[in-house]
Design a protein around this ligand. Structure first.
Ligand code: AR6
Length: 178
């Protein structure tokens, strides 16, 4: 695990499954616009949460790239799911701004609701085709920018599914924060 502390907040980078973050209050879903079940992260989250999640989430859709909304987490070990719609690479432009907005808006929701910990997957890097090296730079830069002055949020965790994505995020963090 790699960690970076800025003021009162710690950024953690781990390899793992977003549905298995038992010590985290809110996990982030790499959602589709209609907040339906879907595949990848969204499929895993809905499967673990149970059907009530889709009942609640679909009422909040459709959302636009970069937007984030919050629901309960039902059978997941967390309290909330924050659903972010990432950009489809090279279709939703500017993709870097829209991807950064996902992280920014999710963190703003936590501050508004007094949530102390959040875990993100690498939004847009699966079905939406965002190259992981580029996405890691955008995500980590935006997270670090937001970490200054946070009042409620104490832990921000990036959860990478594969070893390769995990190592790319660690390298990117080292380059951004030396
Ligand atoms: N935990 C953590 N990361 C995961 C997990 C998991 N359980 N499963 C996959 N990943 P994706 P997107 C990684 O496709 O690109 C869905 O169908 C995966 O390796 O879930 O934003 C939705 O319904 C990849 O690096 O999200 C949307 O239509 C990253 O999570 C669309 O896909 C994101 O992959 C969203 O596409």
């Amino acid at each position: 695990m790699e960690q970076l502390k800025i003021e009162n907040t710690t950024l953690e980078i781990v390899q793992g499954d977003i549905t298995n973050q038992k010590d985290i209050e809110a996990i982030v879903n790499a959602a589709n616009a209609y907040l339906r079940i879907g595949g990848g992260v969204a499929g895993a989250i809905h499967m673990a949460a149970g059907p009530e999640l889709e009942e609640e989430s679909t009422k909040l859709g459709p959302i636009k790239p970069g937007e984030a909304v919050i629901t309960g987490a039902y059978n997941l070990p967390n309290k909330y799911v924050v659903h972010c719609l990432g950009p489809v690479y090279e279709r939703d432009i500017p993709h870097d701004k829209l991807l950064a907005n996902c992280y920014k808006n999710a963190i703003d929701i936590c501050e508004e609701k007094g949530i102390e910990s959040i875990a993100f997957p690498a939004i847009s890097t699966g079905a939406f085709g965002y190259p992981v090296e580029e996405a890691a730079q955008v995500a980590l830069k935006q997270i670090i920018d937001k970490m200054k002055g946070l009042k409620k949020l104490k832990i921000i965790r990036m959860v990478l599914f594969s070893r390769n994505d995990f190592l790319i995020h660690i390298e990117t963090l080292k380059k951004l924060y030396k």
